[in-house]
Design a protein around this ligand. Structure first.
Ligand code: HEC
Length: 486
C-alpha cells in the first residue's frame, strides 16, 4: 500500500520541514499576526497527532496479539498521517511560543519531545517499508516505537504543565504514575529556604519568582520594555522613564505597580492573555522585598519578616530561623578547659543539644575567671557571676568574649566602671545589675549595646536621669528599676 519510495521521500520531506521549523522559527523572533493566531490553536490540534500515533501503536499491538488481522499497510498509512499532523502541530507550537510567557527550559524540552516523536513516526514508515534487510531488524522499529511513545507521554505532560501549571496532569494520578513522571512537591522545591543564614532574600525567594513568571519576556532572549528581570544586574541597571524600584516604597516602584493593577488593565504584568497570572502571595513577597529596601545582600535570617510574609514562607517550607549566636558556626569547646573549670568548682553547661554554646556560673572569681575560661571565650554565651567576689577590674576580661548573650552580675560590689569592656558587645540581650553599686556613669557603657532587651537596675545607685539616658538609647529594652510599672 505504501511503497518503499514513498516511505523514503516522506522521511526526507518531513525531516527538511522540521529543520526549517527548528531553525526558522525562533522563540525570540516575530511572525505575522495570522501565524500567531494559528499558533494559539496548537493546544487544540496537538492532540490529533498524539491520538493517531497511539492509534498506530494500538493497531500494531492488536495485530501482534493476533486479535486483529489488518494489513501492515494500514498501520503505515496511519503513521504517515501521524507524521504530517505532527508537523502541523509543531509549526503551530513554535508560533505559539513566540507570543511568550512560557518557561524556557520546559519549553525547550517540550519542543525536543514533539520534534522527536514526529521524526520517529516518519522514520518508522521508512523502516517498515524499507527493503534493506539490516533495517528490517525488529530492534530498530522496536526502539522507534518505544521512544516515540515515551516522548509523546513526556512531551504531552510538559505541555500540560506549561498551559495549566506544574502538577496539573498528576494531580489525581495514582502514585506509580507520579513516581514515573517524577513531579516533585512544587511547594517545597520552589524557593531556596533550607539555609536562611547564608541565602539572600533575593536569591532564595525573589529571583525564583521573577525567573519563573517574568524572564520568558524579560530575560536574555526577549527584553520586552528593555527590561531584564533574570538577574540582579538586569534589575539594578534598568533605565526606564519611571524608576523600576524605589527602595522602601513599593507604591512608587514601577515593578510592584505593574503587578498590582486591576485584572484586565492593559499594563498589567504578566500580560493577562499571554502569560500565566502571578499569585497574590508572589506579589506580596515582591512588595515585601521592595519595602525592606530591595537589597541583593540581606540574608533571609537577617530580614525583617512580618507575620503575613512568614505565613507564606512557612507554607513554602521555611523552618525555624536561627538567629543571633545560634546562627554562628562555632568550634566545639575544648573539653580539657571545660573539665578544668568544673574541677575548680564552676558550673559549666552546654546550652542546648548540638550547640557549641556554654553557660558558665561561679561564685569565686579566682576559680572561674581563669585562662581556661579565656580559652572558651568563643563559646561562652551565658555568664553568671551573681553573688560572687567579682570586681570592676575583673570585668576587663569580658572584652574578649564576643558571644555573650546573658550576663548576671547581681549582688556583687561592682560600681560599673568595668562594664566598659562589654560596650562593644554584638549579642548581649540581658544584663542583671540588681543589688550592685552601679552608678549613672556606667550607663554610657550599656547604652550602645543595641541588642539589649532586658536590663535589671533594681537597688542600684542609678538615678532616674541615668534610666532616662538608657531609655533614649534603647527605647525597646525593658529596664527594671524595681519601680511598679504604670
Ligand atoms: C508575555 C510577556 C511578558 C511577561 C511574562 C512579563 N512581561 Fe513585563 N512587559 C512585557 C512587555 C511587552 C512590556 C513592554 C510594554 C509595556 O511596558 O507594557 C513589559 C514591560 C514591563 C515593565 C515596564 C518596564 C519599563 O521600564 O517601562 C515592567 C516593570 C514589567 N514589564 C514587569 C514585569 C514583571 C515583574 C513580570 C513578571 C511578574 C513581567 N513583566 C512579565 C511583557 C511581559
Amino acid at each position: 500500500m505504501i511503497s518503499n519510495r514513498f516511505g523514503k521521500w516522506n522521511l526526507v520531506v518531513i525531516s527538511l520541514l522540521l529543520l526549517v521549523a527548528y531553525f526558522g522559527i525562533q522563540t525570540s523572533g516575530g511572525s505575522p499576526e495570522l501565524f500567531r493566531f494559528f499558533g494559539r490553536l496548537h493546544p487544540a490540534i496537538v492532540h490529533f497527532p498524539i491520538a493517531i500515533m497511539v492509534f498506530a501503536l494500538f493497531l500494531l499491538a492488536l495485530n501482534k496479539l493476533r486479535w486483529l488481522n489488518i494489513s501492515e499497510g494500514v498501520i503505515n498509512l496511519t503513521l504517515v498521517i501521524g507524521s504530517w499532523s505532527g508537523v502541523k502541530a509543531i509549526f503551530a507550537g513554535l508560533w505559539l511560543a513566540q507570543t511568550g510567557g512560557y518557561p524556557a527550559e520546559t519549553l525547550f524540552l517540550h519542543k525536543v519531545m514533539g520534534f522527536g516523536a514526529t521524526s520517529l513516526c516518519a522514520a518508522l514508515v521508512y523502516l517498515r517499508t524499507s527493503e534493506i534487510p539490516a533495517l528490517k531488524k525488529p530492534l530498530f522499529s522496536g526502539l522507534c516505537w518505544g521512544l516515540m511513545t515515551i516522548w509523546l507521554v513526556v512531551g504531552g505532560d510538559l505541555g500540560g504543565r506549561m498551559t495549566h501549571g506544574e502538577g496539573f496532569v498528576t494531580q489525581y494520578a495514582p502514585g506509580f504514575v507520579v513516581s514515573v513522571l517524577g513531579h516533585p512537591d512544587p511547594m517545597k522545591e520552589r524557593f531556596d529556604l533550607s539555609m536562611p543564614g547564608t541565602t539572600t532574600v533575593f536569591d532564595g525567594i525573589i529571583s525564583p519568582i521573577l525567573v519563573e513568571k517574568c524572564s520568558s519576556c524579560h530575560g536574555a532572549e526577549r527584553r520586552n520594555g528593555k527590561l531584564r528581570l533574570d538577574s540582579a544586574e538586569g534589575i539594578s541597571t534598568h533605565e526606564g522613564d519611571e524608576p523600576l524600584i524605589v527602595p522602601g516604597k513599593p507604591e512608587e516602584s514601577l515593578l510592584t505597580q505593574r503587578l498590582s493593577l486591576p485584572e484586565g488593565h492593559e499594563d498589567q504584568m504578566p500580560p493577562a492573555l499571554e502569560a500565566k497570572p502571578i499569585s497574590h502571595a508572589d506579589v506580596e513577597l515582591i512588595k515585601w522585598w521592595v519595602k525592606e529596601g530591595a537589597s541583593f545582600e540581606t540574608f533571609i535570617s537577617d530580614a525583617n519578616i512580618p507575620a503575613n510574609i512568614l505565613t507564606i514562607l512557612q507554607a513554602y517550607g521555611l523552618g525555624d530561623i536561627r538567629t543571633g549566636v545560634f546562627a554562628l558556626d562555632l568550634p566545639t569547646p575544648d573539653s580539657a578547659h571545660v573539665a578544668a573549670l568544673r574541677m575548680n568548682g564552676a558550673v559549666v553547661d552546654v546550652l542546648a543539644n548540638g550547640e557549641n554554646l556554654l553557660s558558665v556560673s561561679c561564685k569565686v572569681v579566682a576559680t572561674c575567671l581563669t585562662t581556661d575560661l579565656d580559652s572558651l571565650a568563643q563559646q561562652v554565651t551565658w555568664l553568671d557571676l551573681r553573688g560572687s567576689d567579682v570586681t570592676d577590674a575583673d570585668l576587663a576580661r569580658l572584652a574578649a568574649f564576643p558571644h555573650l548573650t546573658r550576663l548576671n552580675l547581681s549582688n556583687t560590689s561592682i560600681t560599673g566602671s568595668g562594664l566598659a569592656s562589654i560596650s562593644g558587645s554584638s549579642f548581649l540581650e540581658y544584663i542583671n545589675l540588681y543589688g550592685t553599686g552601679v552608678m549613672d556613669a556606667a550607663m554610657v557603657h550599656i547604652a550602645p549595646i543595641k541588642t539589649l532587651t532586658a536590663i535589671y537596675l533594681w537597688q542600684t545607685a542609678v538615678t532616674p536621669e541615668g534610666v532616662a539616658l538608657l531609655k533614649s538609647s534603647l527605647p525597646d529594652a525593658e529596664i527594671d528599676t524595681g519601680e511598679p510599672k504604670n
